[in-house]
Design a protein around this ligand. Structure first.
Ligand SMILES: *[C@@H]1O[C@H](CO)[C@@H](O)[C@H](O)[C@H]1NC(C)=O
Ligand SMILES: *[C@@H]1O[C@H](CO)[C@@H](O)[C@H](O)[C@H]1NC(C)=O
Ligand SMILES: *[C@@H]1O[C@H](CO)[C@@H](O)[C@H](O)[C@H]1NC(C)=O
Ligand SMILES: *[C@@H]1O[C@H](CO)[C@@H](O)[C@H](O)[C@H]1NC(C)=O
Ligand SMILES: *[C@@H]1O[C@H](CO)[C@@H](O)[C@H](O)[C@H]1NC(C)=O
Ligand SMILES: *[C@@H]1O[C@H](CO)[C@@H](O)[C@H](O)[C@H]1NC(C)=O
Ligand SMILES: *[C@@H]1O[C@H](CO)[C@@H](O)[C@H](O)[C@H]1NC(C)=O
Ligand SMILES: *[C@@H]1O[C@H](CO)[C@@H](O)[C@H](O)[C@H]1NC(C)=O
Ligand SMILES: *[C@@H]1O[C@H](CO)[C@@H](O)[C@H](O)[C@H]1NC(C)=O
Length: 423
């Protein structure tokens, strides 16, 4: 722009110079050309004289019709321009002037336009401001709602954390339970397996017992080849197990190691006690039933601590019922290499410490001999006495002697079997 202005200025400063030359020759009272030129520089003011051309016009004129004004310089160095030429020039300028006026008008319209637009912009701005206010109000309510929500969320988060803690605890508990459950399941499985084995064994045993039951006998005679425990059945009596030795002998009493206490009361001697594969007494009621059912013989086997073995046989043996005090009703003939130490007890009732059937009125023989027997005054044999681990001379011990010798025995067995039987 500065360049343009500079060019304009140069042209303008040349042209009026030529005019002023003519003017100065015609009218010397006119203001100096230079003043006008200076005025032209001020855009806001136009020259009054027609020869003083507005900047814009000058620039255009000069470019549009460079040849329009031809002037001659004469010998007096005056520049002459024909009036026609000037008129033409003026016409051109006037046209331009009109054109520019129109342009100005357009610009004015444009400004009005812009102002109206400014107004509508202002309206819009107002609207926007109103909207902004509404928005701010909404923002405030929303902000408060938001903060309330924040509080709620905080509360919920707290609850969630509490629940999470609880959940974790529950999960730990569950894991523990699962672990326990697993170990329990293992234990249960083991027990199941054991139950299976036991059930199998039980079935086997039951089969054995059933077989025994079918083959239940009233003596050990059918089992004469091997010793063992078998079921025995007698009329009107509950079946019971007995220990059978070889040759059809039924063991009714056994002492061998002192593992079973034999100092017992009447009821226990009636029912029997101990272990069939160890020390035991068969029981007086069974003894009564067996010997009442069929004639039996008695065999007593005695072993001393020095290894000496002696035997005593009686070819009859009957025990009475409980009303009769399990009396030794019949003993029969004796034979064997031991003494006949049973003879003195023939026809005697059985005595225990709580059921005194002996011949003494002032002595409880069962107490005195620490046993239970068919005591009379009191005894020459005491096979249910106290067990001593070594040979002991003691009236409470297990002894078998005709002459009141109380040397204790190492082991004894009493056996019975139906008599007059060929094995
Ligand atoms: C232009 O004209 C105005 C008003 O007539 C005047 O105030 C101003 O000083 C002038 N500017 C110059 C540079 O002559
Ligand atoms: C312009 O100047 C010329 C020559 O000096 C003069 O004749 C004319 O009257 C002037 N025009 C006006 C409008 O002042
Ligand atoms: C003046 O003339 C120059 C060169 O011809 C041109 O570039 C410029 O735009 C003109 N200025 C005006 C205001 O017309
Ligand atoms: C637009 O309007 C504002 C406020 O009324 C005013 O200040 C400003 O001069 C106007 N602008 C135009 C270009 O009219
Ligand atoms: C909305 O409100 C919040 C809190 O009062 C403020 O920080 C924010 O600048 C507001 N936003 C507007 C668009 O007003
Ligand atoms: C516990 O064990 C049983 C059997 O193994 C299974 O059925 C049950 O689902 C288990 N319970 C848990 C809580 O693990
Ligand atoms: C064992 O002792 C008894 C009685 O004291 C005796 O008669 C017997 O000869 C002894 N036997 C042995 C093998 O010592
Ligand atoms: C007593 O008789 C039994 C059986 O016949 C026999 O085994 C034992 O050796 C005999 N004892 C003595 C000391 O003769
Ligand atoms: C015991 O035996 C006797 C003699 O045989 C008899 O009179 C009595 O009724 C029997 N008692 C019982 C309970 O069987």
């Amino acid at each position: 722009m500065e360049k343009e202005l500079l060019i304009i200025f140069m042209i303008v400063s040349v042209i009026p110079w030529s005019f002023s030359a003519t003017v100065s020759s015609a009218k010397k009272k006119e203001p100096p050309i230079k003043d006008c030129t200076r005025d032209v520089k001020n855009k806001s003011e136009m020259c009054h004289n027609t020869t003083q051309i507005p900047v814009q016009l000058v620039n255009q004129t000069v470019t549009a019709k460079p040849k329009l004004a031809e002037f001659q310089i004469d010998a007096h160095k005056t520049i002459s321009i024909s009036k026609d030429d000037l008129n033409d020039l003026l016409d051109v300028y006037m046209d331009k002037l009109a054109e520019n006026a129109a342009t100005i008008h357009d610009k004015e319209n444009e400004i009005i336009n812009l102002q109206s637009r400014n107004k509508s912009d202002e309206d819009q701005l107002k609207k926007y401001q109103e909207q902004l206010e509404t928005c701010q109000i909404q923002n405030t309510t929303l902000t408060s709602t938001l903060s309330a929500r924040d509080e709620q969320i905080k509360g919920l988060l707290l609850k969630t954390s509490i629940y999470e803690t609880r959940l974790k605890r529950k999960q730990n508990l569950l894991a523990l339970h699962k672990k326990q459950n697993a170990s329990n399941a293992a234990a249960i499985n083991e027990l199941k397996a054991r139950v299976k084995v036991l059930a199998y064994k039980l079935r086997e045993r039951k089969d054995d017992l059933l077989a025994d039951w079918e083959a239940a006998t009233n003596s050990c005679l059918p089992h004469n080849k091997i010793s063992g425990i078998h079921l025995m059945q007698l009329p009107d009596f509950r079946p019971f197990l007995v220990a059978c030795e070889g040759n059809g002998w039924t063991v009714i009493q056994r002492r061998m190691d002192g593992s079973v206490n034999f100092y017992r009361n009447w009821n226990e001697y009636r029912n029997g006690f101990g272990k069939l594969n160890g020390e035991f007494f068969i029981g007086l009621e069974k003894l009564h039933r067996l010997t009442a059912f069929q004639p039996h013989e008695l065999f007593v086997s005695l072993r001393l601590f020095n290894g000496s073995h002696r035997v005593a046989f009686y070819d009859d043996f009957i025990i009475g019922n409980e009303t009769e005090g399990y009396e030794l009703k019949l003993l029969g003939n004796f034979h064997g290499n031991a003494s006949d130490a049973m003879r003195t007890h023939d026809k005697m009732k059985f005595s225990t410490y709580d059921r005194d059937h002996d011949e003494f009125t002032h002595i409880n023989c069962a107490e005195y001999h620490h046993g239970a027997w068919w005591y009379d005054f009191c005894s020459r044999s005491n096979l249910n006495g106290k067990y001593f681990k070594t040979q002991t001379d003691n009236e409470q011990g297990i002894f078998w002697d005709q002459w009141y010798s109380f040397k204790s025995l190492k082991s004894v067995q009493m056996l019975i079997r139906p008599k007059n039987v060929k094995i």
